[in-house]
Each structure stands twice: as C-alpha cells, then as structure tokens.
Design a protein around this ligand. Structure first.
Ligand code: SF4
Length: 391
C-alpha cells in the first residue's frame, strides 16, 4: 500500500510516474514554490515588463554575468536603445561601448545583428514563433524558452545553470546534468514540472530558487518550498549534486603588451571581428612562448620585433608596468605591459599621429578620446596605471 503524502519518501519525485496518485504531493510542492516566488522574488527591472525585447536583452546580459552587475547595464542599454529599431540603427562601436565591461562581446554583436534582422524581416517586433526566434544570431534554446515563456506565456521550460542544479538535486541525478543523458533527464523533468497556467512565473521561480535557496554551497533546505520532494535533501547530502563533469585544464597564456605613447596619444588597434574580444580596441599585444614567459629580456625583444613587423615602428621599450592577470572561462592570461616610445617609423621621419604604416586598423588615440572606444577589461586595467596627461 502506498504511503500517505506526509510519509512520502524523498525519492518520490524521482520515481513518480505521470498520472501517479501521489502527483498531488509534487503539485503542492510546486504550488509552494510559486507562492514563495510571489512573496520573495527580487524586484528586478526586467521583471516589471512583458516587453519581449527588454526581456531578451536581460536574458542575454544575464548569461555568464551576475544580476547585480547586469542591472545598471540593462538600464543604460534600454535608455539608449529603448526599441529594437533603435538598436538596429545604432553604430556597432556605440553598441560595444554600451557593453564594455560585461565581457563576452560576441553577445552584444549578436544582439545588434539580430535587431537588424528583426527590423528587416519581422517588422521590428521579436518573432513569437520559436523556430523563427531561434534563427536569429546568438539565440539558443535557453533564450527562446525564457523570452517566449516570460513575455508571451508559451509553455516552454527553461533550463539554465540554476535550474539544472535544482533539478539535479531534486532527482539526485548521478549523471553530469549539462550533457548527454543527464541533460536529457533534466530537460524531461523540467518539461514535466512546467506549470502551464503561467510558464513564465514557473520558470522564473525555479531560477530564483537556484539563485537564492538552492545555491551551490550550503543550500538552505530548511526554508526550501521543495524540500519534501527533494531526493538529495532526503539523503542528507544536497551538495553531492550536481555530479561534476571531469574538470578541463584551463590553459594559461602570457602576453606582452606595448603601451606606446607619443605626443600624448596611445597606439591602439582594432581586433579582428572573429575571435576573442572581436571588434574591441586593444594595445599591441604579442603572445610569448611558454619558455620565455617570465624572462624580461625575451619580453622586451618580443615587443620590439612585433612592433617593427606589425606596425613598421622601431620602439624603445621602457619600464615595466604591473602585470595584469585576467580569466576567461576557457583561458587564463597574464599581461606584461611595458611603457614604450617610438624611436623611428618605417618610411622616414616619425609622424606620431599618422596611422602606422601598413596597419589599417591602428590609430593614435588621445587620452580624452579613449572613452569613445570599447576596450577589453584587462586593457583598461593596464591603461589605468598611466597618469594623464600622457607624455
Ligand atoms: S531541498 Fe535543498 S537541495 Fe533540495 S531543492 Fe531545496 S534547497 Fe535544493
């Protein structure tokens, strides 16, 4: 005989078949989750709107970035680009400037490109059709589900990192939940749990629970609305889940950087559009072989050679500035910056303010004009070591 709900073993959620008479226990736990969210949800600017464009912008910004960091960026973005058409019509340099500091700049370029497609092909409104939405640059399954469920009430279950952690613990999933069979199990359970009466609220409630209660370390099971149906909590070891994928070794690269100053201007060049930090303005930077990474003489020589070959400049390499470490998700870098001055330019007398020979994307930029260029965060840290006016 099946136990009554009050004695329900925690593993019930994991084994509960569709149509099981104990389904009401799960339903009531999910209803408690919704009530908790209605009472406790943080008041965030994108939760005060049903505008699909605004929700789309927030979802893209929130990928890989903390909520507290996103809020001011989101508000500035919507003040400058309040509608899709405003974004589509903007210059890419300005779009990147509004993204500066959020990282993963490809997201900003995709938003910009997608806005142009929306204007050209969808009359300036975000498509409400999931297939059409998924065809836009940079829009994946997560964004489709989030935007269409929250803005339009479509029955699509969102699975992000927070939801994955919550469901992996609810199920005590022994597989890594971010790939293969584990990911499929998570998506299946997310679809089954989805509350069709208000999918947007349900999705946001699960994400909020993962962000504030079912956190990676020391989850607050004592106040969790899903505690009575959570297998991991029943086992007494919620932090055992989610099961981790084998750790990848993150490579470390050492780069030497020229802070080349002449007549009060700094030499910057625009990075290629494809690849890391594509389209941003950067200081001349050259990677060092592993063996030479910490050798100052090798660093100086590498800079001199690079500046001559890439920019046609003979440089005097001056004092070293403080090294700047920086981490991407897939890569760690350490920048070794040096103050440099131009000794001679190819083709004759130095004219510091003309473009370096043969380098179409390089410019001498005055300190006061730096703010008009989108720069990588690590480069900003290097430049912050200088004291204007530059000499
Ligand atoms: S009971 Fe604990 S482990 Fe389970 S979902 Fe809630 S916070 Fe997470």
């Amino acid at each position: 005989m099946r136990k009554p709900p009050s004695e329900l073993r925690p593993s019930s959620l994991a084994v509960l078949p569709m149509g099981d008479p104990l389904a009401p226990v799960v339903s009531s736990a999910v209803a408690r989750l919704h009530a908790w969210y209605r009472a406790q949800a943080r008041d965030l600017p994108w939760r005060r709107t049903r505008d699909p464009y605004a929700i789309w912008v927030s979802e893209v910004m929130l990928q890989q970035t903390q909520v507290a960091t996103v809020v001011p960026y989101y508000e500035r973005w919507l003040a400058r680009f309040p509608r899709v058409g405003d974004l589509a019509a903007a210059d890419e340099a300005e779009v990147l400037r509004h993204w500066q500091g959020l990282g993963y700049y490809r997201r900003a370029r995709h938003l910009h490109q997608a806005a142009q497609v929306i204007v050209a092909q969808h009359g300036g409104s975000l498509p409400r059709d999931r297939v059409a939405l998924a065809r836009l640059p940079g829009v994946g399954a997560y964004t489709v589900a989030a935007v269409l469920s929250i803005a339009d009430g479509q029955a699509l279950a969102v699975v992000d990192g927070n939801v994955r952690r919550v469901l992996a613990r609810l199920l005590a999933l022994e597989l890594p939940p971010d790939r293969g069979a584990g990911a499929a199990a998570i998506q299946r359970r997310a679809d089954e749990l989805l509350w069709h009466a208000d999918p947007g609220l349900h999705n946001q409630a699960l994400m909020e629970l993962g962000a504030r209660i079912c956190v990676p370390r020391a989850p607050r099971c004592d106040v969790c609305p899903l505690a009575n149906v959570c297998v991991a909590q029943g086992e007494g070891a919620p932090e055992r889940y989610p099961t981790r994928s084998p750790r990848r070794v993150v490579p470390h690269r050492r780069l030497v950087v020229a802070v080349l100053v002449s007549e009060g201007r700094v030499l910057l060049h625009q990075r290629p559009y494809e690849g890391l930090l594509g389209g941003l303005w950067d200081l001349p930077t050259v990677p060092l072989p592993e063996a030479d990474g910490l050798n100052a003489a090798a660093q100086r020589q590498a800079l001199r050679t690079y500046l001559r070959q890439a920019f046609g400049l003979t440089a005097r390499v001056g004092p070293a500035l403080e090294p700047v470490p920086h981490a991407f998700t897939h890569l760690r870098v350490t920048l070794y910056p040096y103050r440099c001055a131009v000794a001679a330019a190819a083709g004759g007398a130095l004219s510091a303010c003309s473009e370096p020979q043969g380098h179409r994307t390089a410019r001498w930029i005055a300190w006061a004009e730096l703010g008009a260029h989108a720069l990588p965060r690590a480069t900003q840290k290097v430049l912050a070591q200088l004291t204007p006016p530059l000499t």
